[in-house]
Design a protein around this ligand. Sequence first.
Ligand code: SF4
Length: 337
Amino acid sequence: MTPISSADGCSAGRSITWSPSVTLVPTRACFNACGYCSFRRPPDPADPLADALGDGEARAALVARPWAAEVLLLSGEVAPHSPHRAAWTTRLLDLCRLAWAEGRLPHTNAGPLSLAEMAALARLNGSMGLMLEGLGPAYDVLHRRAPSKQLEVRLAQLEQAGRLGIPFTTGLLLGVGESQADRREALEWLARLQARWGHLQEVILQPYRPDGATAQRLSAAEQADLLGTIAEARRILPPEVHLQMPPNLWPLEALPAALEAGIDDLGGIDSGDVINPAYPQPRPTELAAVLERSGYRLVPRLCVHPAWLSWLPTAVQEQARRAESRLLASTPSGPWS
Ligand code: SF4
């Protein structure tokens, strides 16, 4: 299939991609308790899925965002051997089927999965994701009450996704006190995984931003530090791996500097950010204008990047084709403007 969102260079400027997206949260209940998380709700031991997202609410969210080709399922986690795990997995699969029924392509990020769970979700997802987060003492402290964030668990998941041939998104959470050497080592792990499996379609370089009522802008020093890491990531990771920056976490007028350093993708963009609600998403029209002034053009894409489309099962490729038609309506001159 020939996607309309091919991110090749062109005379109109280098392409920077984004995925028009709607986020569904199957549950905020999570057995982990990461030190930086304000998304989580403590699970009710009797019924961890008491707050589970229902079909009606999910369908309404999709209908409200007809331009969104991607449905991002972003879930709190149920412990691996919990008696509630099967119901949680079933809810994820049912929400993926609901996304299909509405002509969308799911991308699930729900924490570590068993081989069978991941394989079942891969039959319905255009791509899947799991942040590596990072490695070293700063993360060890933040993850001391988060068993599924242990480095060996994360690396095993990335390996498992590679073995299953799933187009995959991972990333690093940056600025939590980690050293430059920690960042480099994490990127080198990802480069080795990519050399072995080739499934890492994008790596998110996510600046840590504190929660609160209002956004705290990255300082000039923080930006300079992160620009160095973006450039280093571009040097360490193979060229086919897209580098992604969430545009709501980086000052809009400084975005061209991040693109110059190596960012070429802005990820899934919904009308808000459920993880960082104090940091509003820029409108795609604003993004397009900023990019255009610096010689770039903003191009919509599916959650799966073009180079990995042929990795998908035939039925998922057909669903990708159906979802693709929505991208035409989500260009900056479309309903977003
Ligand atoms: S795993 Fe995700 S949802 Fe759970 S506590 Fe950590 S950051 Fe929050």
